[in-house]
Design a protein around this ligand. Structure first.
Ligand code: GLC
Length: 735
């Protein structure tokens, strides 16, 4: 009896303590218990308040309950500088200069999921340190046309590559208690008419090409947030879209996170309520600049929603589902128990950025082994081109960054060469000044006239006497180039670079072209130039990464994440159409034949193929061997082959697996990427590479029964160093 009394007494004493710590504040409580407990404590006003912005990049918490605000920040390549509460202008903080990481095309070009993990970890630590609980990135929209102004923010033309690269990025960002917000869901593949264009696409193309990277981000990456796209699909804006958000994302994929609108992507209260939106941001803005000030209470999901609820004309069950998702976001981030503290602007992150940039650089051509440059034999180097000095971490739209520093290609080359050779620089060509980028004020811009002829003549004259000419050109982040809000007008390089490159090559046979860009370009001079490198936008350490490759400290191992067509008409969106549509809608008549899938179908030779990238060493592929010649739907075939480094330098090779369905009941691409492995091989070393192929790799999406189907019949595994350089094949049958 005494024991029981003691127990009761103890219980009576401790109970009030527990009663004082509500479940939602108990970090050890299960997530869903915390969500339910907080939800039932919130008033109607508090519930509505957390569903929409209160400033440019923040939404309300619940002060009464000690639930903090949510703070979002762009972007996919680094944490954007702080802007004023209710303005797009910078807040001029002195402690928000970030490390700018390479553009996501460079990450995709590394074909290395470990590098994607390093990227996510580094940018996640930066976002955490800046106290953001949502990073507005990565972007995984598929590269359909080379003209799309935002391709540089995405991961290329192939769903398998984008899917495998986005997962580690998301996982690692979120280990910092920061939500990745994967964007722009979905079908935002052009900037022209982006705010409303109604995309018409078959279910097959939607499921086989445009959704897989998002699905992987959600189901394998565990993404806590998704950003709706600006455009429409099936006549509904993607930020409130029954099909994409309620049916596919939340019902079919089981997404339990928040759907955040793009800035200005919400257009209607009832649709926002009914069609899957959870958080409204940036209304009455184009997402980049102008907007009504202090309009937040009038947002579609603010007062109008509250009024409907008060009038009993909106279902509180739907409201509660949205609020649960916001609370889940908060408990996974700001109120998560074991949240690290992050780090910002560190040398470690700069080195991570450099490694990503180095692994992403693609050696496109290297005739006569002009590269790497041998400084023991090179006494004078002429560097030509505006992109050798132009800052690329700023501009381009919402991914623009205030970088702590940016090593330009010229600076990187000068630092690397030291006094081993004489480095001279001439501009060669010049782009018109941009409002926020290159001029201090409008007057200077008007005064600035560009004498292209004189610039070119000066460069060509200087080229005659140099041992090596390094032309650093490409595109830039100016409007109409690699920039949000517009598409490029054509495939050609701008600012008369083609003319200059051709003349430089005539003046000096050792002319190397390094392109700083995020999109494919035409290269009419490709036969005149011995060596070409795609260097992407490399971020803070860009110049040092480019120099490391050009001078051979790093053996390039990047592979193209998208096709470089010889001409625009060789691309499916332009050959089959439509692009850019009629201003209201755009029909993806190229359907599933996006990128190399189109060129294979039409038997068109690309300028440089998807998956292409050379090395300073050579790799020999052995015979591909399958462990069985027949498989059933429930088992898999294992294909192995050896790869040997037959050169004199250590290097890395991306071994690519494509699958070809030899006989299908409906049109299928000639081959499709279904796997890849990046292997490091010392000079002379040989490794065995293994691919396991099950029926998911053999399936297509059937419009008929809305499911993935692997049809019995003959298949072929094609293993290659690029989509156009198949080194081994092996056939097998699905019974
Ligand atoms: C922009 C972009 C989006 C960005 C958002 C906030 O318009 O479309 O990617 O995250 O608005 O800047």
């Amino acid at each position: 009896m005494k024991k029981h009394l003691t127990f009761l007494l103890l219980w009576a004493i401790t109970l009030p303590l527990f009663a004082q710590t509500p479940v939602y504040l108990n970090p050890a409580a299960p997530l869903e218990d915390r969500v339910e407990d907080a939800l039932q404590r919130m008033t109607l006003e508090e519930k509505v308040a957390v569903l929409h912005a209160q400033s440019k990049f923040s939404s309300a918490g619940v002060p009464r309950l000690g639930i903090p605000e949510s703070w979002m920040s762009d972007g996919p390549h680094g944490v954007r500088a702080e802007v004023l509460w209710d303005e797009w202008y910078g807040a001029n903080w002195t402690n928000d200069s970030c490390i700018a990481f390479p553009a996501l095309t460079a990450l995709a070009a590394s074909w290395n999921p470990e590098v994607a993990a390093l990227y996510g970890k580094s940018i996640g630590e930066e976002a955490r340190y800046r106290n953001k609980n949502v990073l507005l990135g990565p972007g995984v929209n598929i590269y359909r046309t080379p003209l799309n102004g935002r391709n540089f923010e995405y991961m290329g033309e192939d769903p398998c590559l984008a899917a495998q690269m986005v997962v580690p990025y998301v996982r690692e960002v979120q280990k910092n208690g920061v939500a990745a917000c994967v964007k722009h869901f979905a079908l935002n593949n052009q900037e022209i008419d982006r705010g409303h264009v109604n995309v018409q696409v078959s279910d097959r193309a939607l499921y086989e090409i445009y959704l897989p990277a998002f699905k992987a981000a959600v189901q394998q990456g565990g993404a806590w947030a998704i950003m709706g796209a600006y455009n429409q699909y099936k006549d509904q804006h993607c930020c409130h879209n029954q099909y994409l958000l309620n049916d596919i994302l939340k019902r079919d994929w089981g997404f339990d996170g928040v759907v955040i609108s793009d800035w200005g992507g919400v257009h209607d209260t009832e649709q926002a309520i009914a069609n899957g939106l959870d958080m409204e941001f940036g209304t009455w803005t184009n997402g980049m600049d102008w907007s009504k000030s202090d309009s937040y209470s009038r947002y579609y999901m603010a007062q109008p929603y509250l009024q409907l609820l008060k009038d009993g004309r909106a279902d509180e069950k739907i409201l509660n589902d949205k609020v649960r998702r916001v609370l889940r976001l908060v408990f996974r981030t700001n109120m998560s128990p074991n949240r690290p503290y992050g780090s910002f602007g560190t040398q470690e992150h700069a080195e991570a950025g450099r490694r990503i940039a180095e692994e992403g650089i693609v050696l496109l051509q290297n005739n006569r082994n002009v590269l790497p440059i041998d400084l023991s034999k090179t006494k004078s180097i002429l560097v030509v081109g505006e992109n050798a000095v132009k800052r690329m971490t700023i501009g381009g739209g919402s991914s623009s960054l205030k970088a702590k520093y940016e090593a330009s290609p010229l600076a990187g080359i000068q630092a690397r060469v030291g006094n081993a050779a004489q480095v001279t620089y001439v501009k060669g060509y010049e782009s018109p000044a941009e409002r926020e980028q290159d001029v201090k004020n409008a007057q200077e811009a008007q005064l600035k006239t560009i004498d292209a002829k004189a610039l070119r003549a000066e460069a060509v004259e200087a080229a005659k006497s140099a041992d090596v000419v390094l032309f650093i050109g490409g595109l830039n982040k100016n409007g109409g180039q690699d920039c949000e809000g517009a598409d490029r007008a054509g495939l050609e390089l701008p600012y008369e670079q083609d003319l200059l490159i051709a003349e430089l090559a005539k003046a000096n046979p050792s002319t190397v072209v390094a392109l700083v860009s995020g999109n494919a370009v035409a290269m009419p001079w490709v036969a005149q130039v011995p060596a070409i490198v795609e260097a992407w936008y490399g971020g803070t350490e860009a110049g040092n990464a480019i120099a490391a490759v050009l001078f051979g400290d790093v053996n390039p191992s990047g592979k193209l994440p998208f096709t470089f067509p010889v001409r625009l008409q060789d691309n499916g969106a332009h050959a089959a159409g439509e692009y850019p549509g009629d201003g209201k809608s755009v029909a993806y008549r190229d359907d599933i034949f996006v990128g190399y899938r189109w060129l294979d179908k039409e038997k068109i030779k690309p300028l440089f193929a998807f998956g292409h990238g050379l090395s300073y060493t050579t790799f020999q592929y052995g015979k591909a061997v399958a462990d069985k010649s027949k498989i059933t739907a429930s088992d898999a075939v294992t294909v192995t082959l050896s790869v040997k480094n037959t050169g004199v330098r250590d290097g890395a090779e991306v071994v690519q697996l494509y699958i070809s369905d030899k006989k299908a009941s409906l049109p299928r691409p000639v081959k499709e990427l279904k796997g890849f492995k990046k292997i490091r091989l010392k000079a002379g070393e040989e490794q065995t590479v293994t691919f396991t192929i099950d029926q998911t790799a053999l399936s297509f999406y059937s419009n008929v029964n809305g499911a993935w189907v692997a049809e019995p019949g003959e298949f072929e595994a094609l293993i290659g160093a690029s989509s156009a350089d198949i080194r081994a094949t092996v056939k097998f049958v699905l019974q």
